[in-house]
Design a protein around this ligand. Sequence first.
Ligand code: NAI
Ligand code: MG
Length: 502
Amino acid sequence: MSVENTNDLLALLGPAATAFVNKEHKLFIDGEWVSAVKGETLDVINPANGEVFARVPAGESIDIDRAVKAARRAFEQGAWAEMSPSARGKLLWRLGDLVEKNADELAQIEALDNGKPVNDARWGDVAFSHELLHYMAGWSTKINGETISLVSGAPFHAYTLRTPVGVCGQIVPWNFSLMMAVWKVAPALAAGCTIVLKPAEQTPLTALRLAELVEEAGFPAGVFNVVTGNGETAGAALAEHTDVDKIAFTGSTEVGRKILAAAGTNLKKVSLELGGKSPMIVYADADIDKAVSAIASGIFYNMGQTCTAGTRLYLHNDVADKVLEGLVSHARALKMGPGLDQETQIGPLVSAEQKQRVCDYIASGLAEGATLLTGGGSWGTSGYFVEPTILDNTHNDMRVVQEEIFGPVLCVIRFSEAEEENVVIQANNSIYGLAASIFTQDISRAHRVAKRLKAGTIGINTHHVIDPALPFGGFKQSGWGREMGWEAIELYTELRSVGVAL
Ligand code: NAI
Ligand code: MG
């Protein structure tokens, strides 16, 4: 199959995904499908061949304002404001069912739009999305305050009430488009908030399909709104808007800082899930075969465009050659191709810009003295493919070891027995702190090191640890707040303290 031919690629879409992709896309505001006020559009590009295959409205501040007004109205009055927690939970459960029922279609749309392997989209992104919707549906009926015993012993009955924070702006990236949206939408709806969602300009389609499913599930108008558009316009307008009570963002640390500054207009609540540069440490006593496959998926899953990607590999000298031999042959065996091809394991990166960024990082690592073990650059004659790449002999001062690359590039740092105590300090030597992993058979060491690593999620003999019930978020410049679990409900609720004079 020729990747250059759009028609060949689009033939891999099922009929439902084809019908969706080819329709005229609109914004979803106040339960209606509307064009952007100024009528501008954005091109949607297939990263497997660089061709435009759809257009979506380029919403701007005026569209954001309409959506915020609708979300405000739905929050303050009407069916949603009056709905029982049980009814809210049932709607959310129904939305989870609809995502599950349409999972193949959603996975195909994501694979086309983002480039990722369709099976990863189906069994990663989409499966996690309906699991999380179902999980959060359960919290709807379990959001309680507490009765508090007053220190003073005053004749008061005192208690807390936990209530929805209000209108939420949610800005999500392109790497797991649907799933990142659901991470934010599910707890916000469970808590009783209303939403304006701004998907990434590179991958807007699954958010629009999600809006159709929200409509089909029967949520009242205005509860969930989607405005597609650019970050600097639509995204910035949402972050600045003075009638938004909370902004939740996933994306680069650089834009995270801008979100924080924009939130200063009305001091809205902020949660941020930002970049990472996660270390993986392999000790001499590790089970090498198991470590190799966990490390390979730690770095190459989703072509390394994963905030938790294990990008720095600290390897004990005694096992370094054996681990690297395993990783190199694993990397070379990965099948590259368009995401819609069922056999693909490594698809293109999301955009020409991202491909260029990653190739520049590889060149910078080599210029700073790294040794190329495999990969090294772009692949194929069209599309945004980058080969799985391993750079050996890197060290903590190199840009490739300090900065987020967001591509399939692993940096290897070897350590000796004498340096072993120091390796955790090196692993913590980063502005980020999202994830980390340790490979060892010594359970005491595993737990000891887990407690010293400055990261929000730690894997022991595994790398990507993720579940709807497990709090997820970052230390340091990887972010503020924890998504998933009960902690996500806390992000979308406010506490009132009430005192009753008896
Ligand atoms: P980005 O941070 O610019 O984009 C993420 C989202 O923020 C998108 O929806 C975008 O439209 C929006 N946005 C951009 N500028 C904005 C602004 N001024 N105000 C409000 N919203 C804004 O990420 P980008 O440029 O696509 O990727 C650059 C790098 O960021 C990547 O190479 C990677 O290192 C990092 N990144 C990290 C992600 C993560 O999951 N932590 C996800 C995406 C990117
Ligand atoms: Mg950007």
